[in-house]
Design a protein around this ligand. Structure first.
Ligand SMILES: C[S@@+](CC[C@H](N)C(=O)[O-])C[C@H]1O[C@@H](n2cnc3c(N)ncnc32)[C@H](O)[C@@H]1O
Length: 255
């Protein structure tokens, strides 16, 4: 649980930016996720790591009720503001850690966790905990940043991620995601890779990255070893950089 304080420091300072983030509020991805879950209006849902509230708000439209959960109090406030703006009234809030959910087993029909698990050392344990609170046949939706294929490239990118945001732990690879689902008693129903781009200025502004760390990131991007540049694709124009990345989107059901 040692990363909880780093997460709270990082996100409490930058909370509002996540509610206002264009990346997190992208309606194309959120509508796609909503259609994948295809709620019937009767579900009790849990959104783990609700952050600025975009996943919570998207799912709230289609379910009976949703619990927005986060380890950072300031992020729950942001989700509350977004819900107010959208006039959503079927939300409740819970301050808790994804690895220790304060709910009885088999409480929810749907659990979502979007762009959170790379902050968690024991992501497998968090997924097992989400599985515990799901009813049989219930749906788990995960979106996260996919670790790069090459081993050296993956840890090089994790170092860049940590320079940008000290609460970053690691981007998990495909084999790790498969393993987490199996260990959690979940059946993979659908998965997809969604290409994306980090524009360095937008990415580091959102996380309040100090200028010396931005400089170090640029230096790392300019001096990638061959084993890294084979997998980590980054181009620059003027002062800014565009870093190619991929999200993994997973829909699984509780066995
Ligand atoms: C990028 S934001 C999430 C974005 C949000 N899910 C969305 O779809 O817009 C990451 C969030 O994960 C939360 N978080 C990180 N580690 C956590 C943990 N162990 N338990 C619960 N929340 C956590 C952070 O506090 C932060 O609010």
């Amino acid at each position: 649980m040692e990363n909880k304080n780093a997460v709270r420091i990082q996100f409490s300072k930058n909370a509002e930016k996540y509610r206002k983030s264009r990346t997190h509020s992208d309606t194309e991805t959120l509508n796609h996720i909503f259609n994948l879950i295809s709620p019937r209006g009767t579900e009790k849902a849990l959104d783990v790591g609700c952050g600025g509230g975009h996943m919570t708000a998207a799912i709230a439209k289609g379910v009976r009720e949703v619990v927005a959960l986060d380890v950072t109090p300031e992020m729950l406030v942001q989700t509350g503001k977004l819900a107010e703006e959208r006039k959503l009234h079927n939300l409740s809030f819970c301050l808790a850690d994804a690895r220790n959910l304060p709910f009885q087993t088999k409480t929810f029909n749907v659990v979502s966790c979007r762009i959170v698990l790379h902050h968690i050392q024991e992501a497998g344990a968090a997924i097992a905990e989400m599985s515990r609170v799901l009813r049989k046949g219930g749906k788990l939706l995960i979106q996260d940043i996919l670790g790069l294929d090459g081993k050296e490239a993956r840890s090089y990118m994790d170092n860049i991620d940590r320079l940008r945001d000290p609460s970053h732990i690691k981007n998990y690879g495909r084999e790790e995601w498969t393993n987490f689902l199996e260990r959690g008693g979940l059946k993979l129903v659908y998965s997809e890779l969604i290409p994306g781009v980090y524009t360095l200025e937008d990415w580091t502004t959102r996380s309040g990255t100090p200028s010396d760390c931005v400089y170090e990131i640029k230096t790392k991007l300019s001096n990638m070893p061959v084993n890294v540049s084979k997998y980590l694709k980054a181009t620059h124009s003027g002062e800014d950089w565009a870093i190619q990345m991929r999200y993994i989107l997973i829909l699984a059901t509780k066995k």
